[in-house]
Design a protein around this ligand. Structure first.
Ligand SMILES: [Ca+2]
Length: 132
């Protein structure tokens, strides 16, 4: 019977996190991060991240201390990027979201992964996250 076990349609899965959300290919990195309330006290949502070469959304405190990073994002525009804060969000912090490259292309955020810049400035946005 045609179509059975031909391997054409079965087992073909694509890692959605690696694929751009649409065909829009940004040439300029940008990020939109707005004030919000975390529904579970652990998840921070970044409204929009445009990563011409893919990479990560990384959260920092205003003092520049690392908080958490997103999963690897493919090149393109990603909407509603979720960043999990494993230790939980304490109080109502103001967080800075920064775009980073996956410089060493290992799929995880590490210290060598450079921050995106645009006109010499880090590509970042700041928002207050309430944790209820
Ligand atoms: Ca890396």
């Amino acid at each position: 019977m045609p179509g059975i076990n031909n391997g054409t349609h079965s087992g073909v899965t694509y890692k959605s996190a690696e694929a751009p959300c649409n065909n829009e290919q940004p040439t300029t990195p940008s990020i939109t991060f707005t004030n919000q309330t975390s529904s579970d006290g652990k998840t921070v949502t970044v409204d929009k991240a445009s990563l011409p070469e893919g990479g990560f959304v990384v959260l920092y405190t205003r003092d520049g201390n690392f908080v958490s990073s997103s999963e690897r994002i493919g090149s393109g525009v990603a909407n509603d990027v979720k960043v999990t804060v494993p230790q939980g969000i304490q109080g109502n912090p103001t967080l800075v979201a920064l775009l980073h490259y996956d410089t060493n292309d290992d799929g995880t955020f590490n210290s060598g992964d450079a921050a995106y810049t645009n006109n010499g400035q880090h590509v970042s946005d700041t928002a207050t996250v309430k944790s209820n």
